[in-house]
Design a protein around this ligand. Structure first.
Ligand SMILES: [Zn+2]
Length: 185
C-alpha cells in the first residue's frame, strides 16, 4: 500500500520513536513522514489514531519533532536547552487536550478531543519528551554512536551502556563496517 514510502522505526519510547521519523540526520536524511497520510499512519501504530491530517498539521508535527530532537540532544550532551525548541514543546503540550483513559484490562489509552485533532496527539508526544528530559523515568538519554545518525535515544539497559539507537540498523551497519575494515590488507 505504502510501498514507496520508507518504513517506520518504532521503539518503546514515544518521543524518541517520533524523532526517529527522520533518520540519518548527519548523513543522507530519510524522511519517514513525507506526506500527511504517513503521519496519520505513524500516529495509528503509536496509539494516537487520527482520521485526517492537513499539510499545516504535518508541518507543526515536524517542527515539534525537530524541537524534541534538539532538546534531547542537548540533554544527552549536558548542554543548555535551546530556548526556542523548549518553547515549541511547551506550546504543543499546552495545546493538546488528550485524556488518559484506563481500560478494563488496566492499560492506558489516549482519547483525543476529536478524531481529526492532530494537535492532541502532538501534545501527548510533547508531554512524553518533557517527562524524559525532566528525569522522571528510569533511563538515560544518549546519542547514537553512528556518525551519520547521532539520534538521541533513551537507554534503559541495566548498565546504561547502549551505543546505538537501534541494534538492527545503526548497530549492525557499524559492525559490518568494522568487519570490512579488518578484512582489508
Ligand atoms: Zn542510530
Amino acid at each position: 500500500m505504502h510501498d514507496r514510502f520508507p518504513d517506520f522505526r518504532l521503539g518503546k519510547v514515544l518521543a524518541t520513536s517520533f524523532t526517529a521519523t527522520l533518520t540519518e540526520r548527519r548523513g543522507d536524511p530519510v524522511e519517514r513522514i513525507p506526506v500527511p497520510r504517513r503521519l496519520v499512519d505513524w500516529l495509528a501504530v503509536s496509539g494516537l489514531a487520527v482520521q485526517s491530517c492537513t499539510t499545516a498539521q504535518l508541518e507543526l508535527a515536524r517542527e515539534l519533532r525537530e524541537s524534541i530532537h534538539a532538546v534531547l540532544t542537548a540533554t544527552a550532551s549536558q548542554e543548555d536547552l535551546p530556548a526556542s525548541a523548549v518553547q515549541v514543546i511547551n506550546a504543543c503540550s499546552a495545546q493538546g487536550r488528550a485524556a488518559a483513559i484506563l481500560t478494563p484490562e488496566g492499560n492506558r489509552q489516549w482519547r483525543l478531543s476529536s478524531p481529526s485533532c492532530v494537535e492532541d496527539a502532538l501534545g501527548v508526544i510533547a508531554a512524553d519528551a518533557i517527562s524524559i528530559v525532566a528525569g522522571e523515568r528510569d533511563g538515560k538519554l544518549a546519542l547514537c554512536a553512528s556518525p551519520t545518525c547521532r539520534a538521541a535515544f533513551f537507554d534503559t539497559s541495566q548498565s546504561r551502556s547502549r551505543k546505538w539507537c537501534e541494534m538492527n540498523t545503526c548497530g549492525n551497519r557499524q559492525k559490518k563496517a568494522r568487519f570490512n575494515a579488518n578484512k582489508r590488507p
